[in-house]
Design a protein around this ligand. Sequence first.
Ligand code: ACO
Ligand code: KIV
Ligand code: MG
Length: 517
Amino acid sequence: MSRDKDRLIIFDTTLRDGEQSPGASMTKEEKVRIAKALERMRVDVIEAGFPAASKGDFESVEAVARQVKDSVVCGLARAREDDISRAGEALKPANAGRIHTFIATSPIHMKMKLQLEPDEVLEQAVWAVKYARQFCDNVEFSPEDAGRSEPDFLCRVLEAVIDAGASTVNIPDTVGYNVPDQFGDLIRYLRERVPNADKAVFSVHCHNDLGLAVANSLAAVRAGARQVECTVNGLGERAGNASLEEIVMAVRTRQDFFDCDTHINAQEIVPTSRLVANITGFSVQPNKAIVGANAFAHESGIHQDGVLKSRETYEIMRAEDVGWKTNRMVLGKHSGRNAFRTRLQELGTVFESEEQLNEAFVRFKELADKKHEIFDDDLQALVTEANLALENERVRLVSLSVTSATGETPEAEVTLSVDGKEQHASAPGSGPVDAAFKAIDTLVPSGTQLLLYSVSNITTGTDSQGEVTVRLERAGRVVNGQGADTDIVIASAKAYVNAINKILLGQDRTHPQAADV
Ligand SMILES: CC(=O)SCCNC(=O)CCNC(=O)[C@H](O)C(C)(C)COP(=O)(O)OP(=O)(O)OC[C@H]1O[C@@H](n2cnc3c(N)ncnc32)[C@H](O)[C@@H]1OP(=O)(O)O
Ligand SMILES: CC(C)C(=O)C(=O)O
Ligand SMILES: [Mg+2]
C-alpha cells in the first residue's frame, strides 16, 4: 500500500454471513482452519459467527478468538442483552475482539418484523451499543436494511450510536436492492449529514441479489467508506455477499481510481478460495473473477498470440499475484499456431519447418472440432501419429453384435478383417463395451494399456452420434483412437480398432518420434 493512501479495512464475514448460505454450515475445526487462512491473508477483521445462535457457534467463535492473533475477531449479536453478553463471553480469549450489534431501521422491518416504532428502535440501538461497550471497546453497529431505510432516520440513528460508543458504523444493503450511484450517494449523504461522522469508520455490507454487491461496495468506497464487509468466493445469504477477492483486486488494480488500498496479502487469495470451496462444498464457477479456473486461462488464438507476445495485451492482473502458479493457455478449436507451437515446444517437440507445423496444426484442428479440450497427452499422441497413413490400416471392424440383458453377463461377437482376412471371435465382459474390447483383443492381442475411455455426444438427443475416444499406451508410446456411431458400443469398438491400427502401424514402420516431427 502506498503511504499516502487511506487504509481500506477488510472485514471478512465468510464464517458468519457466508455460513448463512443454506448448506454451508461449518464445524468448529473447519471454522478455525478458515480463520487461520484469513489471518494469513491479513484480513483486518474476521466475523467468526453469531455466538447466541447455538452452543456450537459460541464454541466456534471462542476457538477462533483463542487461535487468531493478528486479526480482530468479531461476533454478531442482536440488540438484546443475551445475544450481546454471549458475544462478549465468546470473545474473551481474543487478542483483539469486536462486538457487532445490529437492529433494523427500514420501515418494513421495523413495522412488520420488530413491531417497534422508530423511536423505540433508536433507543434499543443506543442501549445495545452502550451495553456492548461494557464487554469490549471495539463495537460496531449496523442499521439492518439501511439500503431501504429513510436517510434522515438513518442519520439520527448513526449520530446516536456513535455518541453511545460505536467506533464502526456499517451500512448494509441487506436485501441487495441498491444500485451503485444511489448507494454511493447514500454513503456520501450520511457522511456529510451525521455531525459526528468523523468519530467512526463508515463500513458497507452489500448483498448480491441483483449481482451488484461488488459494484455497490466500490461505489461506497469512492464515497468515503473505509471498511468493506465481504466473503471469500462471494459466499453468503441467498445470492451471496460482495466477494473479498473482487473488492481487494479491484481497489489494487485500479489504484489510479481509488484513494485507498488494503493490507491484504493477495497471494493467499486462491489457496483460501480453494479451502473455503472444499470445506463448504460450494464449488467456484470457472468464469468467476480472480479465483475461477478460467480467470487467467486463454483458449482463443488471437488472445494467446497477444499474451505470448506481451502478457498485458489481455491480462490486467498477474495470476501469480493472486496465488495461481501461472496463467494458462488452453488448446482448443479457437487456438492458433503460436500457442500450438509454444505448447509443443514446452513438451519437447520442435518443428523443423513451417510445413511440419502446418500439417500438425491441421490435424490438431480436426481433433479440436471433435473434442472440447485438448490435453497434453492428446498433443503428444497427435504428433506421434504424424505421417501414419491410415489408408494402410491393417485391422477393420466388419461387424459387431452384443447381447446384454438384466442379470446376464454381456457377450460380444466380433468380426474383424485382419490383413485382409476375416476372423471371428466372441468374449464375455463386465459390460457391453468391455466385452467388445475383449473380443477384439482375442483376435489382435496388441499388448496395450487403456489409459482413457471417454464418450461424448456430437449432437443432442437420444438419436445423436456418440463420439468415443480411447487412449492406448504401449512401451511409452501413446495413441488416441476415435470412433463415431449412433450406437455407442459400435463407436467404442471403432475407436479401439482405430487406436490399435496406429499402434500396429507404429510397430511396422519406421516413423518419426514426437521429438523428430
Ligand atoms: C441480515 C442478517 O444476516 S441478520 C443475522 C441472521 N442470522 C441468523 O439469524 C442466524 C442466527 N439466528 C438464530 O440462531 C436464531 O434466529 C436466534 C437464536 C438469533 C433467535 O431465535 P429465536 O429466539 O427462536 O427467535 P425467532 O427466530 O423466532 O425470532 C427472532 C426474534 O428476534 C427479533 N429480532 C430480530 N432482529 C433483531 C435485532 N437485531 N435486535 C433485536 N431483536 C431482533 C425478532 O423481532 C424476533 O422477536 P420476537 O420473537 O419477539 O418476535
Ligand atoms: C447483520 C447485517 C450486517 C447483515 O448481515 C445484513 O444486513 O445483511
Ligand atoms: Mg448480510
